[in-house]
Design a protein around this ligand. Structure first.
Ligand SMILES: [Zn+2]
Length: 268
């Protein structure tokens, strides 16, 4: 948790605000999905992308602005001193290209691959709608993450981050959050952890992920509430276990069900 009650409240509000920005974006995304005619992908992919990328950029900028406002207020609350105004990152041509590639792969390419594999068109479209939403939502929330991971105005050498999850995170994000304020390198942020975690920067965020970050200047600060809950769960669920066995036990405890290949199933 932040050092101050106000800091902790600001982190909670910030998480909520980022999820609202994504929710509003997804409403628009669903509306624009109608531009993509699954029966005429060749003709309609380009107009769909032309409408989607500016929409994504607009919400990326909203996400960035929300995180900049949060960061300034948070640092002020935590340090008792006025904080410098965070820099707003630019939605660069590289970001636009990366977003466009994601949209293409999770949308039209997905529909084509699924139907070629024999899936009925209507169900392929439903799947693609979900994969596009997952990927595009990640790009939108990356706006805020870019602000929080910018070394300015924080002196990065003294700063650690905790992963702040959405209310229903996947087990991997919960595990990352359970580690508290420990992340200082790209490796410890999950870069090596899984192919599903994409994008530049210190932390990896996967499609559908609603996580954001809380910085701290004090590595001994108490953990945010959810992080503390995940940390307790990690301790109780993985006692005596290591590496993959510990991860499996944590996942089983979090999801409340056995997993395929789980030693508990094999023993039953
Ligand atoms: Zn997540």
């Amino acid at each position: 948790m932040a050092l101050t009650a106000r800091g902790a409240r600001l982190t909670r509000q910030h998480r909520q605000e980022q999820l609202s920005i994504r929710a509003r974006f997804l409403q628009e995304l669903l509306r624009l999905f109608g531009l993509l005619d699954p029966a005429r992908l060749d003709a309609t992919t380009e107009p769909w992308l032309t409408a989607m990328v500016p929409l994504l950029r607009q919400h990326w900028q909203r996400s960035a602005a929300a995180s900049a406002a949060y960061l300034a207020l948070f640092l002020e609350a935590e340090t008792g001193r006025p904080a410098p105004e965070p820099r707003l990152p630019r939605f660069t041509p590289e970001r636009a290209r990366a977003a466009q590639t994601s949209l293409l792969v999770t949308g039209p390419v997905k529909i084509r691959n699924l139907t070629q594999a024999g899936q009925p068109l209507a169900s392929a479209v439903r799947v693609a709608q979900s994969t596009v939403a997952g990927a595009a939502g990640r790009h939108v929330l990356d706006g805020g993450r870019a602000v929080l991971l910018d070394p300015e105005p924080l002196d990065r050498s003294g700063v650690r981050y905790a992963r702040v999850t959405d209310p229903d995170p996947c087990w991997f994000c919960a595990m990352m959050a359970s580690r508290g304020y420990v992340y200082l390198s790209e490796e410890s942020g999950g870069r090596e952890a899984s192919d599903r975690f994409a994008g530049p920067g210190m932390f990896k965020f996967h499609d559908y992920c609603g996580c954001t970050l809380e910085p701290t200047l004090d590595p001994d600060a108490p953990l945010p509430e959810d992080n503390a809950r995940f940390a307790d769960l990690w301790v109780t669920a993985t006692r005596g276990l290591h590496t993959d066995a510990a991860r499996r036990a944590f996942r089983r405890a979090l999801e409340g069900r056995p997993l395929p290949g789980d030693p508990i199933l094999a023993a039953a």
